[in-house]
Design a protein around this ligand. Structure first.
Ligand code: ZN
Length: 447
């Protein structure tokens, strides 16, 4: 019999609105959702379909990490490309499993070391390794003296792996073509930089309009999308003007930038990725910067400005996405759901609004064909069962023990254990066969 099961007595957050439906059912048939809604509306389900009573547990769509760096290995921010490709690849496989176990069933990459993303995406799609559906990126595209230009000139030749330093429209087009050849779905462009980068601060555009136009035109002609790093209003406006699809950061906005985002809100989305600023301010001393130095570089003001920018984007109906820059030493893999807490506590959203950013909106951007992000008939069965109420306390999503993940109609177990193959001898035998055959122990391990 093909893969089918029925979840009953579900507290359903379908991701189509902020509504929650008590006493709901979800019928999964193959990879798809056959029904998700009030149990009183459930069509007749054949008697041989396995049923599982969830006793009122919360069920929500799988989330989307919309600014992912699965190939980052929890290094410092200036050491992103210092792990050799072999250990980075092995670590990335573990990162992909951890991301799925954290409740994120889709991810949009914002730059990959080497071709790791593409390799991961294909292995995940083949079912070889567990991980989110991945919109794969390649190496970063940036100009000489952009934020992709991480190392000083005396350290040349540069470490190969993350930044592709290309100048001039034709060189940019060639880089985009190389990424196409290497299998990327989306390209990452640096339009301005970072407070920590003296040579490329926010507001100083590192590409000319001509170069950005060439990058976006070439990517779109070759069926790829474009993501960018744009902190300042000027860099956001450059991104909107030339058709960037997913804008990262957008910390500082002026009226014109807000108006341009609003006019283009149906075709683009913005991810603030605020974890970076928050964790940098929290951990600056251990990273070798004084608090004053980091504030002098503008990071405290950047958080304040982002709060204003997110409020203005929300008022303008611009989709604001969850995720960003997890995979550094200060923002380690597995902590992705902290972003929802920032959306609530810092940006003033309700938990339901933050959940919609993570599910409906992120899903619509990750998969423009509309198959993920909500729990509705005919969509892919990507969902998370939560032991707790994220609408009362969104931080429950940070506790991996409380999450059970289903992707493509298949349940996964032990995603966040260091070694899922290692079974303690004392717990072997009969227990194991029960776990293989029955959903219930998996969904109830956290009870
Ligand atoms: Zn990033």
């Amino acid at each position: 019999m093909r893969n089918q099961f029925l979840l009953t007595d579900v507290r359903l957050f379908a991701g189509v609105s902020d509504e929650v439906i008590d006493h709901a059912s979800v019928w999964i048939d193959g990879r798809m959702i056959r029904f998700a809604g009030p149990s009183c509306d459930l069509p007749e389900v054949p008697g041989d379909v396995p049923r599982l009573d969830l006793n009122g547990r919360f069920v929500m769509p799988g989330m989307t990490e919309s600014h992912a760096h699965l190939s980052y290995t929890n290094n410092g921010p200036t050491e992103l490309d210092k792990t050799a490709v072999e250990p980075a690849m092995v670590q990335s496989i573990a990162n992909a499993r951890l991301m799925l176990g954290s409740g994120f069933t889709s991810a949009i990459s914002f730059g990959s070391v080497h071709r790791i993303d593409v390799t991961l995406r294909d292995a995940i799609d083949r079912g070889q390794i567990p991980g989110p559906r991945l919109v794969a990126s390649g190496r970063d595209v940036g100009a000489t003296s952009s934020n992709a230009d991480l190392h000083p000139d005396h350290a040349r030749p540069q470490i190969e792996g993350l930044g592709m330093l290309v100048d001039g429209p034709w060189a940019v087009r060639r880089a985009v073509r190389t990424l196409r050849k290497n299998g990327a779905d989306i390209i990452k462009l640096f339009l301005d930089g970072e407070g920590l980068s003296d040579h490329a601060p926010p507001g100083e555009l590192t590409y000319t309009d001509e170069e950005v136009a060439a990058a976006c035109d070439e990517a779109h002609r070759r069926n790829m999308r474009v993501a960018c790093h744009s902190r300042s209003a000027a860099a956001v406006k450059q991104a909107v003007r030339f058709g960037v699809d997913v804008i990262g950061h957008a910390n500082y906005l002026d009226d014109e930038a807000v108006e341009m985002l609003k006019r283009n809100r149906d075709r683009l989305a913005v991810g603030p990725a605020i974890a970076w600023e928050i964790k940098l301010l929290e951990n600056c001393e251990s990273m070798g910067y004084s608090r004053k130095a980091v504030e002098d570089k503008g990071y405290a003001r950047e958080v304040d400005e982002t709060v204003i920018a997110v409020r203005r984007m929300k008022e303008a109906g611009v989709r604001v996405l969850i995720g960003g820059d997890y995979g550094l030493n200060i923002t380690p893999h597995g902590t992705y759901a902290k972003d929802l807490q920032y959306f609530v506590e810092l940006f003033g959203m309700s938990p339901a609004e933050a959940l919609l950013c993570a599910t409906r909106d992120g899903g619509a951007v990750a998969d423009p064909s509309g198959m993920v992000g909500t729990l509705e008939e005919g969509k892919l069965a990507d969902l998370v069962v939560v032991d707790g109420d994220p609408l009362a306390d969104v931080t429950v999503l940070q506790d991996h023990e409380r999450l059970s993940v289903i992707k493509d109609g298949r349940r996964y177990r032990d995603l966040t254990r260091d070694n899922p193959y290692l079974e303690p001898l004392a717990r072997g035998g009969a227990n194991e066969s029960v776990r293989q055959e029955n959903l219930e122990p998996v969904l109830e391990t956290s009870g």
